[in-house]
Design a protein. Structure first.
Length: 488
């Protein structure tokens, strides 16, 4: 088992060192990694880059599963080969090739390595503080650094839980890392929640202000960090389910409790297009005819619009009473996708809600406050409080952006649930990592044969001497590692 730790540690050293060298230009406070254990200023500098490492270098990197998740969820659509978009959304769905020779193994291998890199760095910071190091003048910044490190520890574990079937739970409190074995996603998710709760406890009992450049765009008070941590706990509990049964069995009271303490304004990150760039958005919806809006989404707003295209002929503009069809989606009469790769990839709609592009710096949504409202509505519904769910839903984006009439008080439970997911499909299109995929997964709506999570990458398994395994493919549909549902 020692080889596992050596491998992860080497990856961490290589990744962090490369990041540090680059960040010396981007962030002059970031230190050389070898000084982290002896220099409080260096610990402060490393902590200042933790969110950047998690968000920019892992979540928004095109070498992550996010682009393929868009197409596997039939949210976005593309016939191009980049980042496994076509490969993993081909119909019928195929088994994932988990080998080092697979052309797109980088999307879940790089993500795995990146998450462990930032996780181990947050652990390192916490360890030196646990050993007595004080940060700032007379230790004034110690608790802020500790809270931020637990926040990133929780986000890293959360990302691993959401994307992989299992992962190694390594924290600052792990006494014998060499003895750790991979744990199932449910336990990894629980570990993420515990880390975020530690962040909350520190934030609720101390006063500090996180500098604006740490999460780029504004500074964050201890109270705001606590709200963010509560929000991410609600996310992991809701999105970590692999099927509808697990979703129904989730702790919805805990979801509601955390959501009620969550954010009340959008968590947005300023993309200056110098150091902070949204690569996934650039390589998907920003580019003409790169990733288009799947016909499934347009059909939600116009039931007469085909939900699955069978030819290269434009069906024409859709019509809807929902104002977002015009505000968020743009009809384009041409599609330059490759017909030999399947007309089911075709689309004649682009996404246009955001102002941000690589030529236009702007704020980019990571967590809309409306997502919290929709999570609350869903929690109420699962807790048997349909009237409260209905009131929360009617006050949300359904009316504020869609200009749709309120759902009637006589609406059935299923009608309320359907309306919640309708809102989620439209509102959370690019905010957050993989939300469309997670939503389809936990409703048993991913196409049959779609993988429900990624395996541990073969590169890691080969180092450990473990057997290679994988998911996906219609013949493997079991509802646990591979979808046995559908949305048609």
């Amino acid at each position: 088992m020692k080889s596992k730790i050596i491998y992860i540690t080497l990856l961490t050293i290589i990744f962090i060192t490369s990041c540090t060298k680059k960040l010396e230009v981007e962030n002059q406070t970031n230190p050389d990694i070898e000084n982290i254990y002896s220099d409080p200023e260096s610990v402060f500098g490393v902590t200042s880059s933790l969110f950047y490492s998690w968000y920019i270098r892992a979540q928004t990197h095109s070498w992550s599963p996010q682009m393929s998740m868009m197409t596997m969820a039939d949210q976005g659509t593309s016939s191009w080969l980049n980042s496994g978009m076509f490969d993993l959304s081909s119909e019928p769905r195929q088994k994932l090739d988990n080998s080092e020779s697979y052309a797109y193994s980088y999307i879940f291998e790089h993500y795995w390595e990146s998450l462990y890199s930032v996780l181990n760095t947050s652990n390192d910071v916490l360890k030196v503080i646990d050993n007595g190091m004080e940060i700032g003048d007379k230790g004034a910044d110690t608790e802020m650094v500790r809270a931020m490190s637990y926040f990133i520890q929780g986000l890293s574990l959360s990302s691993l839980a959401l994307s992989y079937d299992k992962a190694f739970i390594i924290t600052n409190e792990t006494l014998s890392p060499e003895k750790e074995v991979a744990q199932p996603y449910s336990l990894v998710g629980q570990a993420a929640v515990e880390s975020l709760k530690k962040c909350i406890s520190i934030a609720d009992n101390n006063s500090f202000v996180i500098p604006a450049d740490w999460m780029n765009g504004k500074d964050y008070s201890n109270n705001e960090l606590s709200q963010l941590a509560h929000s991410y706990i609600a996310r992991i509990i809701v999105y970590n389910s692999r099927n509808a049964s697990e979703n129904d069995a989730a702790d919805w009271q805990a979801v509601l409790d955390h959501a009620n303490k969550g954010i009340n304004s959008d968590f947005q990150i300023y993309m200056d297009n110098v150091n902070w760039k949204q690569w996934v958005y650039h390589y998907t919806y920003e580019r003409d005819n790169w990733v288009l809006v799947d016909a499934r989404i347009i059909n939600l707003m116009d039931a007469n619009y085909p939900y699955h295209l069978s030819s290269g002929t434009d069906p024409g503009p859709a019509t809807s009473t929902d104002a977002r069809l015009a505000s968020d989606f743009l009809h384009t009469p041409t599609c330059n996708f490759k017909p030999e790769r399947g007309y089911y990839h075709y689309s004649f709609y682009r996404y246009q809600r955001l102002a941000y592009t690589f030529s236009n710096p702007d704020f980019f949504p990571e967590f809309y406050s409306n997502e919290i409202e929709l999570i609350k509505a869903e929690a109420y519904a699962h807790l048997g409080q349909d009237a409260q769910a209905l009131a929360t839903l009617n006050a949300s984006s359904r009316s504020t952006r869609g200009n749709l009439p309120n759902l009637a008080a006589s609406s059935t439970h299923q009608e309320i649930i359907d309306a919640i997911f309708y809102e989620r499909d439209l509102e959370l299109f690019v905010a957050g990592f993989g939300i469309g995929y997670f939503d389809m997964r936990r409703r048993d709506n991913l196409q049959k044969g779609t993988l429900l999570h990624f395996p541990i990458p073969s590169k890691e398994l080969n180092v450990l001497g473990f057997s290679i395994y994988s998911f996906g493919g219609v013949d493997n549909a079991d509802g646990k590692g591979t979808s046995n549902g559908d949305w048609f």
